[in-house]
Design a protein around this ligand. Structure first.
Ligand SMILES: [Fe+2]
Ligand SMILES: [Fe+2]
Length: 283
């Protein structure tokens, strides 16, 4: 029997599962007096996060002409607001990368999908003047609910994945039928105790049901569109094999014609593989 919605959500709200370093970085976002040096010190306190940041800063992704050798240089050259968001993403990704039963769900393919959504959202954010690394972080965390659902209820989640394939329905419809709720609600609930900026849980909650009147509709639209583009690009796996259309108001807002989506597929798959190599250590 699947766990009741209220029980799971209650359990997630009480579980302080944000990695320690990410929690410290969230505090620096909340405190406007925090400086680049504060961010550098927190990042430097964690070896694995530091090396991922340096790999990323030196990857094609940032296209920098000089080599970034230290975290202090990275916060100056990449920007400390960017490093803040990137480092939060890295520590959450590392904590949950292998979190689920391999039989129920391929977690690494899911994270590759979320990186692709983040990359698509980042590219689109640049075009509408939204903060690019904030958009990336929203993308990286948008399907976190699947990780919690699949790790707490692997057998049922395996059934939901099977149902989506057998009946050719989206994974969130299959979750709804299996559990009576879906990963978007679970993701928002899991993040509620983490004090992340509000647009991050909002994008997780509404990326499959974007509406212009919602708060944080810009980030919701970016992640909705990013999810559709990543599905078209077939990078990683969201849990089903379906492509879904971009909501018309989102397509209009982001200038997403069919030709543009087609062109983005290639750009997104390159960017996602580049970022995956930087963020996920080999092995
Ligand atoms: Fe989703
Ligand atoms: Fe997704």
């Amino acid at each position: 029997m699947p766990v009741e919605r209220e029980d799971l959500i209650g359990e997630l709200r009480d579980a302080p599962t944000l990695p320690f370093i990410a929690a410290k970085l969230v505090n620096t976002i909340e405190n406007p007096a925090s400086t680049a040096l504060d961010v550098a010190r927190i990042v430097m306190s964690d070896q694995a996060t530091s090396s991922s940041i340096l790999r990323l800063a030196n990857s094609a992704h940032f296209g920098l002409t000089r080599r970034v050798g230290t975290i202090k240089e990275a916060v100056v050259i990449v920007g400390f607001r960017n490093v803040q968001h990137i480092a939060i993403g890295i520590s959450v990704l590392r904590e949950y990368l292998e979190a689920t039963d391999a039989d129920a769900f391929d977690c690494r393919r899911l994270w590759l999908h979320t990186i692709a959504v983040g990359c698509a959202a980042k590219i689109l954010a640049r075009e509408v003047g939204a903060h690019e690394e904030e958009a990336f972080l929203c993308g990286l965390l948008h399907d976190l609910g699947k990780v919690f659902l699949a790790s707490r209820q692997p057998e049922e989640y395996g059934r939901a994945v099977g149902l989506s394939h057998e009946e050719d329905i989206t994974i969130w419809d299959a979750e709804q039928r299996t559990f009576g709720y879906n990963h978007a609600e679970v993701g928002e609930a899991a993040m509620a105790a983490w004090n992340l900026p509000d647009h991050v849980p909002a994008a997780a909650r509404w990326h499959h049901d974007p509406r212009p009147e919602r708060s944080h509709s810009e980030f919701i639209a970016l992640i909705h569109a990013g999810d559709c583009v990543a599905r078209r690009a077939h990078v990683g796996s969201p849990g089903d094999d379906l492509t879904v259309p971009v909501e018309p108001w989102v397509a209009e807002m982001l200038n997403l014609s069919e030709d543009r989506i087609e062109a983005l597929r290639w750009e997104v798959s390159e960017a996602a593989r580049d970022r995956w190599r930087a963020l996920v250590p080999r092995g």
